[in-house]
Design a protein around this ligand. Sequence first.
Ligand SMILES: *[C@@H]1O[C@H](CO)[C@@H](O)[C@H](O)[C@H]1NC(C)=O
Ligand SMILES: *[C@@H]1O[C@H](CO)[C@@H](O)[C@H](O)[C@H]1NC(C)=O
Length: 437
Amino acid sequence: MVITNLIKKKFVFLLFFTLLATVIFIRRYGSTYPKSLLYPKSMESCPRSVSKESITPLKNTKHFLVSAFMDQRVQGFDIRLIGMFRRDSIQELHCFFCCADYTSETTPTKVLQHSDNFGFPFVTTDIMCRIPKKCNATHVTLLTKPKPEKRVDWLPIRNKKTNGGAEERMDFTVCISNLFGDYNNVLQFAQTLEMYRLLGVNRVVIYNTSCGPDLDRLLRSYSQEGFVEIVSWPIDKYMNPSPGWYFSDFGGDIHYFGQLTTLNECIYRSMERSCYVLLNDIDEIIMPYQHDNLKSLMDELQKQHPNVGVFLIENHIFPKHRFEPSGRFHLPKWSGVPGINILEHVYREDPDRKIYHPYKMIVQPRMVEQTSVHEVLQFFGQKFKVPLDVCRIVHVRVALRKLLKLEELKVDKRLWDFQEKLIPHVDKVLENLGFLQ
Ligand SMILES: *[C@@H]1O[C@H](CO)[C@@H](O)[C@H](O)[C@H]1NC(C)=O
Ligand SMILES: *[C@@H]1O[C@H](CO)[C@@H](O)[C@H](O)[C@H]1NC(C)=O
């Protein structure tokens, strides 16, 4: 009797202990314990530190990661990471994934430096790799060794196709790279953004390192409304970005505040959500001369050239020191607004055709793999130079051909065709922010 009682007590105790252990195990590893038995060590590190910054230093290297995208357009790869890599320190790297609830083994990578580096130590770099079989990848990072690690900074994988693409696709996104210094050209910026809107642009993406105080206010208001998407771009915290084009002229670590990286990032950011991307500067307007808006322009161009994914648009300078003489749009209410009034500048330089003349681009993002500023570096399909009478860039800035006389400039009042709507739209924005006199 005493003995059986003791056995019973032991049994109850054992049962209790087993239950307790199971509860602890499940609470720690979740209900998917068969998987966690397979990958017991890597379980914990998975969804923890996800990088929320647009620039993430890559551990144990001199490189920086920017974004990771699903990209299955090139055979043999699923993922494209975009980064800024030091050219003198390119090394073997391995992709490491977070697969919904466990971490994967690593997969090999192909590291592709972009061909445009303009002599700077850092270059825009794509890192391509595969997702391991059965892994429902949500995050990725790179490792210097082919074995899993615990503490890593994960990048979310973007452009994963959602069921059926319920999200409506936009027509046009403008990618403006790199706002820096104390740029405070409020009037030109407001006029340009409202011009984009009249032309049918749905979204303007701007990479912000810094800007002037008034422009900051203007941008905040546009970004609250949703027309402008500001991507914070604190590149000056990580390296010495060059304000110029060539290392030999300006020195520094990377070309023009990382413009090439942001343009590429913007194309991938827009790939699943915008039919076309316009790659132009903040003071440039890609202007149709025979159509009312970009949609009808592109419908026609695309019908004529169905295999084209890259449309090259010629840049035309409207010198800012040449004013339209009647003063029709010299509006007193704008006199207290910092910046250029583009409606006052109607004289256009003809480009010097004896020298290289740069283009800007309208691209189908899904046809582009790598881009530079004035041309694409890697792309699918064809490219096409859009005729001048169909579309050109209106670019109000300091004169390029400073020696041209007034009689040698062309009068071009295309912007005025939009003034009836443009002026009230600009007024509304400026008034709300207290800029109007
Ligand atoms: C993959 O993971 C995501 C996020 O955890 C989840 O929403 C999705 O249903 C998963 N897909 C599959 C096929 O398991
Ligand atoms: C741009 O970046 C600077 C520097 O971080 C910041 O002070 C400013 O508020 C930012 N502007 C916008 C509109 O995000």
